[in-house]
Every structure is written in C-alpha cells, then in structure tokens.
Design a protein around this ligand. Structure first.
Ligand code: GDG
Length: 724
C-alpha cells in the first residue's frame, strides 16, 4: 500500500525528560488535525525532529521504537545543528527576510552549511523509507532543499511542498546570497503551495528572474517535469473552536474574563517582531488618549506566548513590550481598572477558547504573517453568540479570506484607532452579518479540506505530468509507433526549427552555434539517403550557412524568405526591402527607450529582440508600439510577427508554412516529421497532412500532435531515429 510521508521540522510530539525518565507530549497542531482526516487508504508516516537534543546515544533505539509505534520517524539533531540550522539559518536568515525584516537577517556561511547538512540528514531518513507509489509532502521554510535532495535519489516519486510563511517579493528575495540553491531545492517538488496568490506570484517571479523558467498559468517545466504552483489557503479545525465544549467534553467559562461589563479586546501572538505587538500597544494607548470616554470601559487582554528566547531580537522585543505595558498601566491604570492585562505565557486550550468567547474584539495586527490561524479561530468561536468583531492586518494571509473583517494597515496608527472605534460601536446586527459570511466560508475550508485538496491536486498533477511527459518516451505507444513508422519508410521529410528546438536559447543570439553533438546527429540523419532534412529558421542565411552548410542540408532562412536547395539559395518570390527605411527609425526609437533590447537586420526583414531585458517591460513596449507598426505596415504588404521575445517585420505572404509547402510538394513522402517551439512554427504544423508527426517543444498551446519537453529530448529522439 502506498504511503503518505509527511516531513516537517518538528514532529507532532515533543520528547521531554522528568526525573530522568523520557516522556512524550503530543502537540495537536493544525497540521496534525488536517492530516488525520486524509484518506485511510494510505498509511501515513511523519518524519521530523522530536524537539529535544538526545546526548546519550544509547537512548536513541528506544525512542525510535516508541515513536515508530505512532507512525513517527525521528530525525535527531545535535546541539550545534539546532543552533546553526534552526536558530541560525531558519530563524535568523529566512524568517526575517521572508517577513520583510531585511535588517534582521544575519548572513553566515556556517548557518548555510549546516542548513544544507541537516536538509540532507532529513533526506537520508526519507530516502530510506520511500517505496514506489509513495507521496511525499514537505513542510515549510526549514526544509526548502529537501524536495531536490529527495528527487536526486527518487526521480519519479511525487513530492509536494507547502510554505507556511510568506514568500517575499523578488526585490527582497534577491538579497539572499543562497537564493539560487534555495529555488533549485524547491523546484525538486511536483507541487509547490502557498497561502495566498501574492506569495505564489512572488515565487514565480523569483523563479523566472533567477532561474529563467517561465510559467504557464502556474505550471513550470523544469528538467522534463511539470511543476504545479498554486494557492492552498490553510483552514482550521472549525468544529473544535465552534464547539469547544463538545471537543473537551466539559463546560467553558468565558465569564471568568468578563469584568463589570467592560468591552474586552483580545490580542494573542507568539513573541515575534513580525506580529506588531509594540505597534499595537502604542495604537491602543493613543486610542485611549484620543477617546478618553473609553477609559475604564475597555480592557485589552494581551497574551504573548514565549518563543525563540535565544535569539537577541526576541529578548529586546520582550523588554520593549514590558516597558510599553508598564507605561500604559502607569498612565491610565486605576485601583479598580487595568487598561491591559498582559500574560507572557501560553494558555491551555480550555482557557484560550474561553477568552475567544469572552472577547468583543480580536485585534490581530501583524506587520507580516503567512496566514494567522488565530483570526480564523476567533471567527469560529463566535458560532453560538454571533457577536464579536475581528480587526485584521492586511499583511496577514488570512485577510484574503476574511474579507468581512475590519481590515487595517498595522503601520497606520490612525487606521487602527479608527477601526477600533468602529468595532466598539458596531451594531450587533452588522457583527452577526459579517461573522456569518466568514463562518460559512471557514466551515467549508477547514484544515482537513486544505490537506485533502493539496494531496488530491498533487496526485492529479503527478499523474498528468508523468503521462504528458511520457507521451513521447521510449515506453509510450506513440513513440514506438513513430519510430516503427520511421524504420519501415523509405522517403522521409524531416523539418526542424533551430533555436529552442535543436539549441537552447541564449541571451546572445550569436552564441548558439551548433555544438559537436548536434552536428554529429544531424549529419547522421542527413546521411541516410531515405531522408530529406530541412532546417527552417527565422535566422538570416549567412548565419545558417556559417553554422550548418558543412552538413549539406536544405534550409530556409528568414522564415522562408530564402530557401536553399542543392546548395543554392533562392529568394522565395519578388520581395522588396525599400520599406526598411521607414520602419527602422521606429525600431531604433524602441531600442533607445528600452536599453538592452536590440535590432537584427536581415535581407528582407527587421527584428526587435528583447531576450536580455525584463519580459514584462518588453511586452509593455510591444503593446505601445503595436499600433504604430501595424499602421505603418498595413499599406506596405508587410506583416508584424510576434515570436519568443522577438517582434519581426517582414513581407507578408512569407512564413514557415509556405516554405514547408514547397518541400512538401517535391515528393510523395511516406514519413513526415516536424519539430518546432515557436509561434512561427505553428505555420509549419498547419500545412502538413494528418499523417505527419508534429511535435511542439514545451508546454504551450499548439496545433501540433505532441509536446516534447526540451531540446535534450529532441536530440534524444533524433538519436533514436538514427539508430532505427
Ligand atoms: C506559521 C505561520 C501560519 C497560540 N497561542 C496559544 C495557542 N496558540 C495557537 C493558536 C493557533 C496557533 O497556535 C498559532 O497559529 P499561527 O497561524 O500563528 O501559526 P504558526 O504555526 O505559529 O505559524 C503562520 C501558520 O504557520 C499556518 O500555516 O498561519 O502565518 O507563521 O492555532 O490558537 N494555543 C494554545 N495556547 C496559547 O496560548 N492552546
């Protein structure tokens, strides 16, 4: 039976020691709940750190045994590893940077080295247990290299990755010295999930700018695999918060937290600089100053859960919060009223839900937060009362789904104060309306729903990817049929595009001279006298001649303006080039305004290339110039052709399809194959008969019969044809 292997930094249990004895605390986190509901057809195994450094090696086998019984596989970390991998790279580099606290990120190569080692340690553990058909799901920023490390050993296994924290904008991500290997690590997955569309967009932009892979509606093609990048907003165990009495099997006592009918404002966070705790206290103090009628009428219950106390910034933050709370109490507190009740500890679930129920307002104003589940839990806890207002930072991922909350910019004190006032004065009917809309959404989008959707999509994606990619692989029927047909035919037409089909793209178009391997396989293909090999390209004839004439093959240059047969170039028909003097100044203007782009002048065409510049800028320029070019060319029997990061202007009536037709007519071919990657190659596919094999390189929409994933695969196919 296939298994689901979940990997996260921490196991859902923590080992502890009391009087020398080891014991295990379960931690019923959201993730564990979500996974419980997953299909029982699958065994589940969880791999992670058990939360304690085990110094005595002899204790390890017993711990392993205990945990294995619960389906848990521990990865043991040394003291140094927890310091450098967890507190160091994870929490002093990635955490601050991904939450836009760039000045807190400390770059230390030792952290990075140990981050790689520990990711490898996790991978070794996982690689030992993977079997065919297993599904792997990796969680969060501590394990971003893991997908690639697992893929190295198990190229076919289905791997998902989910990031629980924000993925920052490219401008922030690019600061990271290890940005490329981190992306390579993530791109080992088949599916990469984020809480919001914003994070997904940032990730795709970083992948494009740093690794050069373009996406197509969130699908990336990397190393012959399709990767699905998508949004999966995490939910909560709704019923647990909506009905905690049933969950706990006992009464809850919210009244303990309600004093003298005062309104209760709730604030709950882990101690972290991303949570905006000092800013919140300051806004509250200013609110009391601006609206003194609320003095004595409201109380803020502020729970700060201790965390990461070994990291300097957290200690400083704790001191700052202590001072601010002290000053607030000092300024406004009276013998029978405290403006703020501050708890620096965690609360048992029973008390936490009592607080949720008691609170009139939840003030959740992180400066950045991947999702923020507390906001969702507060909404669920109002299921019975239908009273309560959520004030939520727009910087929390949850703001995308909790759109009926009062959404604020946590840096804008006035905005927070105004919304606090609105919340305090909101009529109950309005409160109930907003709550019920959000509740019906949360009720459906639970954490179980999240986990099920993620895994379901991952399975669909992996199957699709394998099927799609294997459609032309050795074992597939079509490929066999193609090769057999080739083997038994005697009069074959083989049409190949050059750039992006036989050679990978390069920012400098002149740098893609054919390499030895390509010359060898093309020469072998051409030496078979049953073959007519034609390279049809948009390039000028001089370049094609310099590169390919030693092969003695037929060629078409400039999309068919020139055609070479029996070693002689001929222009396709009466073409004219007088128009170039009119069009050239426009393209020069385009280059002037877009540094890094350039013009290629050919005999009968002009091309503007924008391969070296930002793709979005290139596309914006095309939009701006499209009209003027079309206006100018309309009366001149010219056409404007948009290709892969190039716009080409040439005589109309010339295209790769016409060129193809001229070879097609020459004989009664019994085998035809055409391979191309560009929009302009679609013209080739269009003119060929149904019996032809047409192949598009890449995943784009095409009228070709098959997709082939890469230049390497095209070359492999040619090699296979040669060996027939
Ligand atoms: C990451 C991302 C993202 C808090 N205090 C107490 C307590 N809690 C519970 C809450 C909630 C959970 O802890 C914290 O939720 P977060 O959303 O902040 O999650 P984290 O795991 O810290 O952080 C975050 C999340 O991953 C999920 O993807 O939302 O953005 O940073 O469930 O109720 N529970 C108890 N006592 C407390 O004092 N019992």
């Amino acid at each position: 039976m296939p298994k689901l292997i979940i990997i996260s930094n921490r196991l859902p249990v923590t080992i502890d020691r009391k009087d020398g004895e080891l014991f295990y605390h379960p931690s019923a986190g959201g993730l564990a709940t979500g996974l419980k509901s997953l299909d029982d057809d699958m065994d589940k195994i969880w791999v992670g750190w058990p939360g304690k450094v085990i110094e005595d090696e002899w204790e390890i086998p017993a711990i392993q045994k205990d945990l294995e019984r619960q389906g848990l596989i521990p990865v043991f970390l040394s003291q140094d590893e927890t310091e450098l991998f967890y507190e160091g790279f994870s929490n002093k580099v990635i955490w601050p940077l991904f939450h836009y606290f760039t000045e807190y990120a400390t770059y230390d190569d030792q952290y990075w080295l140990v981050y790689q080692e520990v990711n490898q340690k996790f991978a070794d553990e996982v690689n030992n247990i993977i079997e065919e058909g297993d599904i792997v799901w990796v969680h969060d920023y501590q394990l971003m290299l893991l997908p690639a490390y697992i893929r190295e050993q198990h190229p076919k296994v289905s791997i998902g990755f989910f990031l629980h924290i924000p993925f920052p904008s490219y401008e922030v991500f690019r600061i990271l010295p290890y940005r490329k290997p981190i992306l390579d690590g993530l791109l080992g997955a088949d599916q990469i999930g984020f809480h919001t569309f914003g994070y997904m967009r940032h990730f795709l932009s970083a992948v494009y700018r740093i690794s050069g892979h373009e996406h197509n509606f969130g699908k990336l093609t990397v190393d012959n695999r399709i990767i699905n990048v998508d949004v999966f907003p995490m939910g909560i165990d709704y019923q647990k918060y909506a009905n905690p009495e049933r969950y706990l099997g006992k009464e809850i006592h919210p009244e303990r937290y309600i004093r003298d009918g005062r309104k209760l404002i709730l604030s709950i966070d882990r101690l972290d600089y991303t949570k905006g705790i000092p800013e919140r206290i300051k806004a509250y103090a200013q609110f009391l100053e601006e609206y003194p009628e609320y003095i004595g009428q409201v109380t803020m219950a502020m729970i700060v859960v201790p965390s990461r106390s070994n990291v300097d910034q957290y200690q400083e933050l704790k001191n700052e919060i202590d001072t601010l709370v002290g000053s607030l109490v000092g300024t406004y507190g009276t013998f029978d009223w405290e403006p703020i009740q501050y708890f620096y500890r965690s609360f048992p679930f029973e008390d936490l839900t009592a607080l949720f129920k008691a609170a009139d307002i939840a003030l959740i104003t992180p400066l950045r937060d991947g999702m923020n589940l507390v906001a969702k839990e507060f909404i669920a806890s109002k299921e019975t009362s239908q009273k309560g207002v959520l004030i939520l930072s727009e910087m929390a991922g949850a703001a995308d789904q909790l759109t009926e909350a009062l959404i604020v910019n946590p840096n804008d004190v006035k905005d927070v104060i105004n919304n606090l006032l609105i919340a305090l004065e909101m009529p109950e009917e309005d409160q109930a309306n907003r709550l019920s809309i959000m509740q019906s959404r949360m009720r459906k989008h639970t954490v179980s729903h999240w986990a099920e959707t993620f895994i379901k999509e991952q399975i669909i994606m992996t199957e699709f990817s394998n099927k799609h990619i294997q459609s032309l692989e050795v074992d597939s029927e079509q490929r066999e049929a193609l090769l057999n047909h080739y083997g038994t035919s005697t009069n074959r037409l083989i049409i190949l595009d050059y750039d992006g089909t036989l050679m990978d793209f390069h920012t400098d178009p002149q740098a893609v001279k054919p390499d030895d391997e390509l010359m060898e396989i093309l020469s072998e293909l051409n030496n078979d006298e049953r073959n007519k090999l034609v390279v049809i390209s948009g390039r000028d004839r001089e370049t094609l001649d310099t590169w390919l004439s030693p092969l003695g093959i037929d060629m078409a240059a400039e999309h068919g303006v020139w055609m070479k047969r029996n070693d002689k170039w001929k222009a396709s028909r009466s073409l004219f080039k007088s128009w170039k003097v009119d069009v050239l100044p426009i393209l020069e203007d385009l280059v002037e305004r877009t540094p890094g782009s350039f013009i290629e002048e050919k005999d009968y065409s002009l091309a503007w290339h924008y391969r070296k510049i930002d793709k979005d800028l290139g596309e914006k320029r095309i939009r701006e110039y499209r009209d003027v070019l079309q206006y100018l060319t309309a009366n001149l029997d010219l056409q404007v052709l948009e290709g892969n990061k190039v716009v080409e202007i040439k005589n109309s009536g010339v295209n790769k399809g016409k060129a193809t037709a001229s070879w097609l007519r020459k004989s009664d071919w019994d085998f035809i194959i055409a391979i191309g990657d560009d929009q302009t190659d679609e013209d080739i596919f269009k003119v060929l008969p149904d019996s032809a094999y047409t192949l598009k390189v890449g995943l784009q929409q095409t009228i070709a019969k098959y997709n082939i994933m890469s230049v390497q695969e095209v070359r492999q196919l040619i090699k296979d044809l040669n060996s027939k």
